[in-house]
Design a protein around this ligand. Structure first.
Ligand code: FAD
Ligand code: NDP
Length: 315
């Protein structure tokens, strides 16, 4: 099949792009993936509960319901959705060729919105079915304001800019925040390091790792190990946040699109245009800084408008 716009992904970026492209009568086709990047179609929001910071939902909305609503709105305006993963692209000439799990086709323009996967550690007690999302999270900005964390001791694992930023953010809510880092110096930029080291509510646990999360219905304590002495102890915490980086879903691009040293797609400033004319990128796959549903949706809108302009100029 030949298409004008192929959208790859299923989160807020992909569906916002689909809504705009469909309303521009470009008849977009969207491949939402089948457990692509280890996540169900719908993207990262399917892995969370309450979303309280997406405008339009004053009472909050559950992540899976929000993604269902995105999908329904895409379909309402005529987007064709396939529950398949795009496995290969050939971007050497237009129309671009694509291969999915069982389908093949061509497209005059492509919007890549395949997102990123927050890295987690396989620590006993933190997994799905254990305390994951019951005190354990991979997004402080998303979950930090939950009532369960108010005035409670919290912890962040990591030593990069995200870990410091998240720890500083969590001091607004928690009674104190432990920053658990496996080495005795931070990877974060100097200015961010100062933020952590001068914040009286942040306590550094240098050269420590978390070995277990403990609790019955909700997290109550973390077991930590001092890597220099091998000593272990339990520390009461109500929240434990992974901030050890994200993995953008870019492997299937096979080097055809410029990516940075952390595998994020590089887009032109103030644009979603990649290095290949006619191929655009939106959402977390090109954003290592903001990583929010609303920012993903915003760049999804930009990508669709830029694709529309590109197709008008390159019929
Ligand atoms: P994603 O949501 O990452 O979705 C992309 C999806 O595309 C993938 O998951 C996969 O299903 C699909 N895909 C990947 N590769 C392929 C392929 N090759 N072919 C086809 N499909 C593919 N943000 C907020 O604003 N508020 C919150 O409360 C909030 N809570 C969060 C809680 C958690 C636990 C997490 C992990 C994140 C949270 N976020 C929250 C962040 C938010 O979910 C992301 O910023 C947002 O989902 C990014 O959207 P996206 O469209 O870029 O892609
Ligand atoms: P980074 O890759 O920079 O840092 C990841 C941190 O997690 C490192 O300290 C690393 O430890 C630690 N880590 C990784 N794996 C493990 C593990 N298995 N066990 C324990 N710890 C682990 O990721 P970030 O998300 O922090 O940052 C990504 C990019 O985004 C960076 O370029 C950053 O500068 C940028 N960013 C900028 C912000 C800003 O400017 N405000 C905010 C957020 C991100 P170790 O150091 O030992 O390797």
């Amino acid at each position: 099949m030949s298409h004008r716009v192929l959208i790859i992904g299923s989160g807020p970026a992909a569906h916002t792009a689909a809504i705009y492209a469909a309303r521009a009568e470009l008849k977009p086709v969207l491949f939402e993936g089948f457990m692509a990047g280890g996540i169900a179609a719908g993207g990262q929001l399917t892995t969370t509960t309450d979303v309280d910071n997406f405008p339009g939902f004053p009472e909050g909305v559950m992540g899976p319901e929000l993604t269902e609503r995105f999908r329904a709105q895409s379909e309402r305006f005529g987007t064709t959705i396939h529950t398949e993963t795009i496995t290969e692209l050939d971007l050497s000439s237009r129309p671009f060729h694509f291969k999915a799990d069982s389908e093949v086709g061509t497209a005059d323009s492509i919007i890549i919105a395949t997102g990123a996967t927050a890295r987690r550690l396989d620590i006993p007690g933190t997994n799905d079915g254990e305390l994951w999302q019951r005190g354990i999270s991979a997004c402080a900005v998303c979950d930090g304001a939950l009532p369960a964390f108010r005035d409670q001791p919290l912890a962040v694992i990591g030593g990069g800019d995200s870990a410091v930023e998240e720890a500083a953010y969590l001091t607004k809510f928690g009674s104190k925040v432990y920053l658990v880092h496996r080495r005795d110096e931070l990877r974060a930029s100097k200015i961010m390091q100062q933020r952590a080291l001068h914040n009286p509510k942040i306590e550094m646990l240098w050269s420590h790792v978390v070995t277990q999360a403990k609790g019955t219905d909700f997290l109550q304590a973390m077991r930590v190990k001092d890597l220099k002495t091998d000593e272990e102890c339990d520390i009461p915490v109500a929240g434990l946040f992974f901030a050890i980086g994200h993995t953008p879903n870019t492997a299937f691009l096979n080097g055809q699109i410029d990516i940075d040293e952390q595998d994020y797609i590089i887009t032109k400033p103030d644009s979603t245009q990649t290095n290949v004319p006619g191929v655009f990128a939106a959402g977390d796959v090109q954003d290592k800084k903001w990583r929010q549903a609303i920012t993903a949706a915003g760049t999804g809108c930009m990508a669709a408008l830029e694709a529309e302009q590109f197709l008008a100029a390159n019929p």
